[in-house]
Design a protein around this ligand. Structure first.
Ligand code: ASP
Ligand code: MG
Length: 424
């Protein structure tokens, strides 16, 4: 059996949804679970709705209306102005958000975010299921929240693997005998039945969860790029397609920030030796990239660029050494502010990190750090990671850049850089 994952870009408008349905049609005789993300940029739009609701700006309803209209237009393009039941179904999903918005925002942001934003995946999966059924495919829509169980860490929920695996194994194989299952990425539920989300871009991870629990033959992530490239084409030209890579290389690349696959996706697949295929929904006939057990290292150097980096230097105020006890205190602060470290290094009396500039929660972290340490901050930097580096690749990325910090091991080189200021 197979699991397919279609991200937001693959279902951004009516034509894209038709394209996805066309791809699914080619596999209609296989046992197939289709995991889909919210349409286009819906997750961002619903996150904005949540923020305006919390801040009580008075604009939450208007912003939600835009999302509703966009979905409505897609429905009209796909189904005409008919009285297809999907119109009411989608409208009712949005009514559930309106019920939340009508009250005062009393619950914490993370909780409200998940209750509101998850609707994006619910409606996209319902639209795709309705359209695939409309063109004659044998489809069953299932609610991922009935299968993926998590703790209550809203926005970054941890999966309860045992419970999830039991439920999926008990119920899905029989359903798969007869129908293609369409479900949502990104969402799960707590033991009290509240909706959770698995972290931004988490639909890949959902596909891996279903695949691991069902012992799938493979997972395919359908993307708007030809597969895993050796760099993001947004930052680098020309890029090369990597046709095969090991799980280890995939984990390393995602760890350092390659955004092509969600970082949590590989481990469950590697544990069960399930191949991950990353391929293009624009050119579905192309083979893309296969991630599987292989002894071949990456044949070409890969580059990962992270902009908007903040370099933080932390020093104990009394010039004591950086040792286990202050390191564990520092790590705890990063953990409690939910800030991920992209690069770290230490010397006798300093600890250095590079983190994403995410605005206010960094300021809160810095405030807490300053209570015990001397803290220096430099913003606006870029972090470049090269896997399978050599001097030529380093020289290539350093044109007009000045190195602030560098870190190398046998395979990976990380360079924290800033633009050279012209001296003329
Ligand atoms: N829709 C969610 C997001 O944009 C999940 C996903 O796309 O994977 O983060
Ligand atoms: Mg997305």
């Amino acid at each position: 059996m197979q699991v397919f994952k279609f991200g937001g870009a693959s279902v951004k408008d009516a034509d894209s949804i038709r394209n996805v349905a066309h791809i699914v049609t080619q596999y209609k005789t296989s046992e197939l679970v289709v995991v889909v993300s919210a349409l286009g940029k819906t997750t961002n739009a619903l996150t904005e709705v949540t923020q305006h609701f919390i801040d009580q700006t008075g604009q939450a309803f208007a912003l939600l209306d835009k999302v509703k209209v966009a979905h409505q237009q897609i429905l009209v393009t796909l189904f005409g102005t008919s009285d297809h039941p999907v119109f009411d179904d989608i409208a009712n999903c949005f009514v559930e958000i309106e019920w939340i918005l009508e009250e005062e925002p009393q619950d914490p942001y993370d909780y409200l975010h998940d209750q509101i934003v998850s609707t994006g995946e619910i409606v996209s999966s319902k639209i795709l299921a309705a359209y695939c059924t409309h063109i004659g495919l044998p489809i069953k829509w299932i609610d991922a929240r009935d299968y993926i169980f998590t703790d209550n860490t809203y926005q970054e929920a941890e999966v309860d693997w045992e419970k999830t695996e039991n439920k999926i194994r008990r119920e899905l194989p029989t359903l798969l005998d007869e129908q293609i299952l369409i479900t949502q990425g990104f969402i799960g539920s707590t033991s009290e039945n509240f909706t959770t989300t698995l972290g931004r871009e988490g639909s890949d991870y959902s596909a891996a969860i279903f695949a691991a629990c069902l012992q799938a033959d493979d997972v395919t992530i359908w993307k708007d790029v030809p597969g895993v490239l050796n760099a993001d084409p947004k930052w680098f030209n020309p890029t090369e397609l990597i046709s095969e890579m090991s799980y280890t290389d995939a984990i390393e690349l995602t760890y350092y920030g390659a955004t092509v696959i969600h970082p949590k996706t590989i481990k469950p697949l590697q544990n069960k030796k399930i191949t991950l295929n990353v391929r293009s929904f624009v050119h579905p006939e192309e083979p893309g990239t296969l991630i599987r057990t292989t002894n071949n290292g990456l044949c070409i150097p890969s580059f990962i660029f992270k902009v908007n980096q903040v370099f933080v230097r932390i020093q104990p105020r009394d010039f004591s050494f950086i040792v286990e006890d202050n390191l564990s205190h520092i790590f705890n602060l990063f953990h409690s502010h939910r800030i991920k470290i992209n690069m770290m290094q230490n010397s006798a009396i300093s600890f250095f990190v590079s983190i994403d500039d995410t605005g206010s929660n960094i300021d809160n972290l810095l405030e807490d750090l300053e209570k015990r340490y001397k803290v220096n901050v430099e913003k606006g930097l870029e972090l470049i990671t090269i896997r399978y580096y050599n001097q030529e690749t380093i020289d290539r990325v350093l044109v007009n850049k000045e190195i602030i910090r560098e870190l190398k091991d046998s395979y990976t080189c990380q360079l924290l850089v800033k633009n050279k200021t012209s001296t003329s």
